[in-house]
Design a protein around this ligand. Structure first.
Ligand code: ATP
Length: 242
């Protein structure tokens, strides 16, 4: 659909020596939708995600944001453009409060005169927005994993992320926590946040997918609207037919 791409990957390639991790991948991240990357181990999903989030630089190809080419030299460049990544391994500090985790690392905090009460109230507002009843002063280690995942999302939102990359976000969650997470994701997309989703749980991921992109051996083998695909389509394009 023309016009609704918030981010476009154009011919993105990445070589590590003579290993071609990505061989010219083209796809769009649609505004306010969940775009899921499917692919077997080694297909190139992580590499692509790292490129989108500024952690790794492509060998060739261009990323466009709202139609304009951008170059990320670091993750902080990507964050400045509204792109945040939530890793499988949560990056929260367990012995710090929810509030401190959400606002950790912000320039604001290093400046003099941090208003901790104001931060706590902002943290609470973010939790309410995500419909989670979590006290911002709770230590992260006292939260369930599902709640920790929500704190990660709140942290991304606190720096105005409009594209959230989620790498295997359900891998440590219970079925109930997955439901909560999916509700939060739906809420975010409803507000115009775009999600890039990666998961090995194909059936589960299909529940939240709006657009599917399949990678195989560093190449994009298929992309489609959710309504046009099923599990069998994904597996066929992931594995290939010989
Ligand atoms: P997984 O689901 O296992 O994370 P993936 O689809 O994310 O797999 P990548 O991790 O992107 O795949 O790896 C794609 C290819 O690039 C693989 O052959 C991998 O071995 C190679 N690769 C990835 N990172 C590096 C690196 N830093 N140095 C050398 N080769 C790498």
């Amino acid at each position: 659909v023309p016009g609704d791409a918030v981010l476009s990957a154009r011919n993105i390639a990445k070589a590590y020596g003579n290993i071609h991790a990505l061989k010219g991948v083209n796809f769009d991240v649609h505004r306010g939708k969940v775009t899921t990357l499917f692919g077997e181990n080694g297909a190139g999903k992580s590499t692509l995600m790292k490129i989108l989030s500024g952690v790794v630089q492509p060998t060739s190809g261009v990323i466009e944001l709202d139609g304009d080419p951008v170059t990320f030299s670091s993750a902080s460049d990507a964050r400045d453009c509204g792109i945040s990544i939530i890793h499988q391994e949560l990056s929260l500090a367990p012995n710090l409060s929810v509030r401190d985790n959400i606002f950790m690392g912000r320039e604001l905090r290093t400046a003099s005169g941090i208003d901790f009460a104001e931060e706590a109230s902002q943290a609470r507002a973010l939790m309410t927005e995500l419909e989670e009843d979590i006290d911002p002063m709770t230590l992260v280690e006292d939260l369930r994993l599902g709640q920790q995942q929500i704190v990660e999302i709140a942290r991304a939102l606190s720096v105005d992320a409009r594209i959230l990359i989620m790498d295997e976000p359900t891998s440590a969650l219970s079925a109930t926590e997955v439901e909560v997470l999916f509700k939060v994701i739906r809420d975010l997309t409803g507000r115009g946040v775009s999600i890039v989703y990666i998961s090995h749980h194909l059936e589960e991921a299909l529940q939240i997918t709006d657009y599917a992109v399949v990678l195989r051996d560093g190449a994009m083998t298929a992309k489609a609207d959710r309504k046009d695909i099923d599990l069998e389509w994904i597996v066929r394009n992931m594995v290939g037919e010989n």
